[in-house]
Structure formats: C-alpha cells, structure tokens
Write a protein that binds this ligand. Sequence first.
Ligand code: APR
Length: 248
Amino acid sequence: MDNAIARARELIGSARRLAVLTGAGISAESGIPTFRDAQTGLWAQYDPMQLATEEGFRADPALVWRWYAWRRGLVAGAQPNAGHRALAAAQSRYEHLALITQNVDGLHARAGSTELIELHGNIMRTVCLDRCGFAEAAPERLPSGEPPTCPRCGGWLRPDVVWFGEMLDPEVLQAAGAQAARCDAMLVVGTSGLVYPAAGLPVGARRAGAPVITVNPEATELDGLAAVCVRGRAAEVLPRLLAAQAPG
Ligand code: APR
C-alpha cells in the first residue's frame, strides 16, 4: 500500500483544486453500516431497496419511519472518524477542496468540512412528501405510532433523502458536476461506484484530464479509470494520504 499512497500523495499534493467523492465506506468505521451491508437485528428481514422508495413509504409510512428512526439513532450515536477529520483538516491546504458525498449521515459536516455537497440529502432533515415547501430539522423523536404530518398541507412528512427511483436535485448535481470538471485531481473514498449519477462524477473528472485516486479495502467499479487504487480503510489511509506535505 505504501507505494500506492506515495503515488497518490504526489497526485493530490500537486493539485490546487481537489474534488473528493465519498460513499458509505467512509462512515463504516464510525459504526454506520454501509448501504449494502446486511441489515442487522429487527431490520435484517427488510430490503433497504424496498424501504427507501416512495412506493415503500406510501405503502407503510409508519414502518419506513421506524426504519429511519432506527437509522437516525445510529447516526446520532456515531462520531466522525479519522477519515472524516483528515478531509476537514485538509480543506484549508487547497485553493478549493470540494467534498461531494453520497452519504446522508451528516458526519462530514460534524467533522468540520464546509465545502460540502450532499448528493443524496441528509437523514437528519425532514420535508413534506408532497414538496409543499415545508422543511425542518429532524424531530427529536417520532410521535408515537403514526409518522408526522405536514403542518402546512396536512400530508405526510418524510426524511430529506433521495430514495431509489427518485431524481437528484438538478442544482446539486450540476454543482457537483462542475467541481468534477474543474478539479486538478479527484479522490474517491468508500464507494462501490455502482450508483449513478454519483459514480459518473469520477468519469467527468477523468474526461477533463484530472487523475482519479480510489481508496477502498475492496476493488470497485471505478478502479479501471483510476490512476492509483489505494487498498485500505479510510480512517487508516486518509490521515496518511492527506497529511501536510513536509516543507521544502
Ligand atoms: N474504508 C473505505 N471503504 C470502505 C470501508 C472502509 N473502512 N468499509 C467498506 N468500504 C467500501 C466497500 O468496499 C464498498 O466499496 O465502501 C463501499 C460501500 O459501498 P456501498 O455500500 O455500495 O455504498 P455506496 O457506494 O455509498 O452506495 C452509493 O447507493 O445505496 C445507495 O443511496 C445509497 O448513497 C448510497 C449509494
């Protein structure tokens, strides 16, 4: 791994504008299961691909809300790890470090990253299912039983995340695409590269001439276009990869 880290440090160390794409793997060491990890406990019997859809929600709002309450509990009890913190600390060392995440757990913001694009929303925000415009921070706890209803239009409230089959906010996606097209290097951490349009961002960076570096303990769909693939865990690799370059 050391040669790969050394090569990766050269590439990102010489970049003025660094774009970073993260996925569920960067939060794994904060105790948050990756999306394709087997669900645990009570939720092992459910398929997230069914629960995280508008159809699944409308079919059983109370069930889906209980699943999100469980996930919100995991997130609230989690702490950013050394990978999140290394990215936050590196931000001031670049002319621009654009952090684009597929994660909805808010851990990058809690680690101190500010140039953040949350492609798939944030589980700790709640919005109106019928998009009447109502939005709020997640309630401390769900009202017992029935999921919350919108105080503005009376419809259901839902977590402010992108569900399977839904389009991303076009403005958010456009902002992420612009960062990928303008960066001098793109670092891709903890994502299987299976889900578009997020997985298309490294393709855009590569097409614009920027080298792509992946950090993942496993092979990913994006390794083929990477200049360097660093095999390892984000919390171990990122502090080494992003450590300030020795002066001189
Ligand atoms: N450090 C780095 N990477 C890790 C770690 C770790 N400690 N542990 C696991 N990984 C890697 C896995 O090898 C895998 O490649 O993280 C990746 C997680 O992949 P997925 O579970 O597919 O998560 P992600 O790529 O973020 O999924 C993208 O798809 O499920 C939807 O909306 C959901 O945002 C999600 C999107």
